[in-house]
Every structure is written in structure tokens, then in C-alpha cells.
Design a protein around this ligand. Structure first.
Ligand SMILES: C[S@@+](CC[C@H](N)C(=O)[O-])C[C@H]1O[C@@H](n2cnc3c(N)ncnc32)[C@H](O)[C@@H]1O
Length: 367
């Protein structure tokens, strides 16, 4: 069976113990770090077009957690602090398998907060769900003033072709589920080219949908070394591969099953992203930063202080990866896999107290 793509991929829905809504602490942390970028971009936009009547916003890859409305709330706060009267039209966009019902349940509390905390009626905010693929067109030409997309652009439109090694054995990504420091050059190239194609398509589609001068803030995981030599860049997926291969060694799984699974994921180096934005040439880069974020620091354990840090890491990754892993390996192995995954993180955290990842934040203007 081929590795899954967009039609099976979704974050865990609902509000149960393994749901995305309950396990999005790390994405929430990223959003608080990137909030100043959103504030700055919307302020700039209003400065240039103070008389704007309606600001249409797309929140791309909104998912089904409380994080879906973070950027919208920031934008409302800025508009309110400026005593602006603009109305907001917000499209919450995600793949059709997303639990939109869950995300809609967060809207009343946002409206309540606005009424109670602000005590002002500064104009209506219309919110709609839009099932769609952000690697294609979502809205009419020149219809968007603001685009926000956080922790989502790492997900490719498909697994790079050929990684099962059927046509070319050099392409086999043996014992791995993503890139690693030992990946063969052909596998690295396949991932790099898929990201190049997807990210360029994304920029092209947004350039058609956005008005001139419109603003876009993108934030997603990056990596430190351009040549894939920095081990820490690969921990989360590498530890999944390790847990799966332990199950292979104990006869719980067939090795070919692991070899034929590859995640449609890519964390680019900032130079790759800069070059692609320049090549596509529809956007001016206002600000671009690579920020180091601690996996296990700050608000990390808030969702359940009784859990070990390893178990918390496992729950956060499970909320994101379960649909894909279950589709390929079957649901019977999922509990065991994530118990092993938690243990791998715990062992690792004994000698590496504060592992980090790189988050790229890019603020762009449509030109
Ligand atoms: C890790 S979640 C991030 C959710 C949210 N932005 C946050 O910061 O918490 C990534 C989301 O991107 C969505 N996604 C991935 N690829 C997509 C695509 N091609 N089109 C639309 N949504 C996509 C996934 O379904 C998922 O809900």
C-alpha cells in the first residue's frame, strides 16, 4: 500500500484525550511567539489603507483546536486598539477531513470574550469554514487582504514519488519514515523537489487571491543545516522510526511495512525558502526570522501536569500523526507505538534537557 496523502490526513478531531484540541500546546506556543509578526503586518496594512471597509482573512490549515482563532483574535485586537471600524470576513480553511464542527464550537467563546472584555461593538466579524487544499485555489482573484498560516506548510501535497525504491533501489528510504542525517542523496532530492513544487504552487495561488499590498504571515518548522547534518532537526520523526523498527525487531511488524511508509513532511532551511520566494516573485519579504523554540519548555506540560515530558511529546505527535500511521499500519499498533515513542523521548531527555527546533516566520507583502 502506498503512503497516504491528503485524503486520509487529518488532526485527531473532537475533544478526547488524544484530540488535537487538547494536544496543541506546542503549536499554541509557536503562535504566541509569532503574534508580534501578525500585529505588525495588520498595523502596516491599516496604515496604508486606513479607510478599508472589510478585511478578508484566510486562516490556512486552521485545524480543530482553539489555535484556529488565535491570529483572528490578534487582528481584532489591533483593529479595536486603532478604533478602526473595519468589518472582518474570516475563512477558516483546512482539508475536508478536518473536524470543522469542533472548530466552530470555539467561535461563541471568541464572540463572548469580545463582548465582555472589550465591551465595544466595533463592527461585525463573519466567520466561515472552507474545506479545501491550500496547494490549489481557494477563493476568487483579488479577494484576500490578509493570509495567515501556522504550523501547516510542512505538510506536503503528497509523499515524494519513488521512495519505496521499486524503480530505483537507491531511492529506498530504509528503516526511516522521513529524512535523517544518514538519508541517501536521492531521497533528500526527492523531498526537496516536492517542497519546491508545493511551496511555489502555494505562493502562486495566494498571489492570485490576494489584493496588491495584501499581507501574509507564514510560520512553519525549519531546519538548521542546509546539508541535513544536524541530528536535532530530525528528532520527532526519527524517534517514530526507532519505535517502529523496535517493533520490527520483536516481530510485531514487517520491515517492508516500515520501509514503505514515508511522511509527506518537509522542514526546509531558511535559504531554500528565501530562494523560492524570490524565484516566484509575487511577494516582497518584509521580515524573515528563524527562531529557536524549546520542545519541552514553558507551557509545555499544561495539558496534563501528571504526564512525563516524554508522554506529553507522544500525545502531541499522536494528535497530528495518528490518521496517517493508522491508515498505513492499522489501528492495532498505535497505542504500543506511542508508548514506545514516549519512552524514546524520556530516555533522550535524560541527557538532552532542552531539545529545540527551528521555526521560520515570514511576513510578506503581495506586490
Ligand atoms: C499541525 S496543524 C496546525 C493547525 C493550526 N494552524 C495551529 O497552529 O494549531 C496543521 C494543519 O494543516 C492542515 N493542512 C495540511 N495540509 C493542508 C493542505 N494542503 N490544505 C489545507 N490544510 C492543510 C492539516 O489538516 C492540519 O489541520
Amino acid at each position: 500500500m502506498a503512503t497516504p496523502t491528503l485524503h486520509v490526513f487529518h488532526m485527531n478531531g473532537g475533544e478526547g484525550d488524544t484530540s488535537y484540541a487538547k494536544n496543541c500546546a506546542i503549536q499554541s506556543k509557536v503562535l504566541s511567539i509569532t503574534r508580534p509578526f501578525v500585529e505588525e503586518a495588520i498595523q502596516d496594512y491599516i496604515n496604508k489603507d486606513f479607510s478599508v471597509d472589510t478585511i478578508t482573512i484566510a486562516e490556512l490549515g486552521c485545524s480543530s483546536g482553539p489555535t484556529a482563532l488565535e491570529a483572528v483574535t490578534t487582528i481584532m485586537d489591533v483593529i479595536e486598539s486603532r478604533r478602526q471600524r473595519a468589518k472582518l470576513m474570516v475563512y477558516l480553511v483546512d482539508l475536508p477531513g478536518n473536524d470543522f464542527n469542533k472548530v466552530f464550537t470555539f467561535i461563541p467563546s471568541l464572540q463572548r470574550r469580545l463582548r465582555e472584555e472589550k465591551g465595544v461593538d466595533f463592527g461585525p466579524c463573519f466567520i466561515a469554514g472552507l474545506p479545501g487544499n491550500f496547494y490549489g485555489r481557494l477563493l476568487p482573484n483579488n479577494s484576500l487582504q490578509f493570509v495567515h498560516c501556522s504550523s501547516s506548510l510542512n505538510w506536503l501535497s503528497q509523499v515524494p514519488l519513488g521512495l519505496e525504491g521499486k524503480d530505483d533501489p537507491k531511492m529506498l528510504n530504509k528503516g526511516k519514515v522521513y529524512l535523517s542525517v544518514t538519508s541517501p542523496g536521492h531521497v533528500i532530492d526527492a523531498y526537496r523537489l516536492q517542497f519546491r513544487k508545493d511551496f511555489t504552487t502555494f505562493l502562486k495561488c495566494r498571489s492570485e487571491e490576494m489584493v496588491l499590498g495584501g499581507r501574509m504571515v507564514l510560520s512553519f518548522m525549519g531546519r538548521r543545516s542546509i546539508d541535513h547534518t544536524f541530528e536535532e532537526d530530525y528528532y520527532p520523526m526519527e524517534f517514530i522510526a526507532q519505535a517502529l523498527m523496535t517493533m520490527v525487531s520483536q516481530g510485531r511488524l514487517k520491515e517492508e511495512k516500515v520501509d514503505s511508509f514515508n511522511a509527506p513532511f518537509y522542514a526546509p532551511h531558511h535559504e531554500e525558502v528565501k530562494n523560492l520566494i524570490e524565484e516566484e516573485s509575487s511577494f516582497y519579504v518584509d521580515r524573515f526570522e528563524a527562531i529557536e523554540v524549546e520542545w519541552a519548555g514553558g507551557k509545555f506540560n499544561l495539558n496534563d501536569p501528571r504526564l512525563t515530558r516524554g508522554a506529553t511529546m507522544a500525545k502531541m505527535q499522536r494528535a497530528v500523526l495518528e490518521s496517517m500511521l493508522e491508515h498505513h499500519f492499522g489501528e492495532d499498533i498505535i497505542d504500543e507505538l506511542f508508548l514506545r515513542y514516549a519512552k524514546t523521548w524520556e530516555d533522550h531527555l535524560l541527557f538532552d534537557e532542552s531539545p529545540t527546533f527551528i521555526n521560520l516566520v515570514i511576513s510578506l507583502t503581495r506586490m
